[in-house]
Design a protein around this ligand. Sequence first.
Ligand SMILES: *Cc1c(COP(=O)(O)O)cnc(C)c1O
Ligand code: SF4
Length: 357
Amino acid sequence: MTTTAKIIKTYEPWEKILSMGITSPKELSIIPDQDSAGIQKVAESYPMFINPYYLKLLKTKGDPIYGQAVPDIREITKLDGLDDPLNEEGLSPVPGLTHKYPDRALFLISSRCAMYCRFCNRKRKVGHPSMVTKESIKEGIAYIKATKTIRDVLLSGGDPLLLQDNELAHILEKIHSIPHVEIIRIGTRVPCTLPQRVTPKLTKMLKRFHPLYINTHFNHPSEITSEAASACALLADAGIPIGCQTVLLNGINDNPSVIRRLMQKLLTIRVKPYYLFQADLAKGTSHFWTPLEKGLEIMSELQGYTTGLCIPRFIIDLPHGGGKIPVTPSYIKDTAGEKLIIKNYQGKEYIYPIKPH
Ligand SMILES: *Cc1c(COP(=O)(O)O)cnc(C)c1O
Ligand code: SF4
């Protein structure tokens, strides 16, 4: 007699939350103003996914959560921009791994996210299972192993923390055992969009792979909830330094007081602002773009007005793979012979010698 083992699938709470996510504008309780057949079509070109945790933060039509998560008809009607704005494909020696800078590589290990951000610069790829395969992961690891100049591996996707603990541990083990890899970084939006994913079991596993850094991604103060704070506390208590890469988004956070509050609140949950990005010129995202002066204005309203630790670098990731370039407001107004005329954060002028002696 044979017994068939009954397969009982037990889900972790975070997987349960994910399984209840919505994938169509029709499932929203807030009805968008736009023609619903139109935005349904958007979701067919660029997948929509909002999990119930993130959806709960959405309070009203057009609020900062709505703007990040709900498809907009302009994604398919305004076609400025590039499919692959950073030329990641062109700089990929193997599929899913971009080697642009000499000492570090960007390695995509997951095609899924806990929420699909409408402004994503990889929106051409995220949510498509072909983005990452078992084969591409294997080839990526082999490339890193063979390329001795890579001392920093940045895991991204999609969201690496949507892998199961054991799948992620397997990849981390392989990379961690490569002698020339000095540090590993994980880029993940999970602390913001699905903080329940950060469990004691996960952090216990991650701790084995130090020095490990996490860069997360919050865009608005309303995303800093008690759940997000708990997730970041677990990671920080595991000795993982957490940075934040915020994207400047038209109509969502392109405002000095919103960004200042966001950066201050990040420090309260032990997250250090790392980069503030000018939105990439990705096709289907042009309604999020802001003029460069807006970012410079925001930066000049941070410097001097709040804790230095709160101040990220404002970055343009140049199109066609030019790389990340910091842009800063200019404080040097003029030179007068051997002297500089420097403006302070309040706009007052000071004279400073070019050569102190
Ligand atoms: C952003 C990025 C990195 C990491 O850049 P840092 O400035 O070191 O954070 C590495 N590789 C690629 C291809 C990137 O786009
Ligand atoms: S979490 Fe990151 S990769 Fe995923 S959709 Fe948002 S921006 Fe893109």
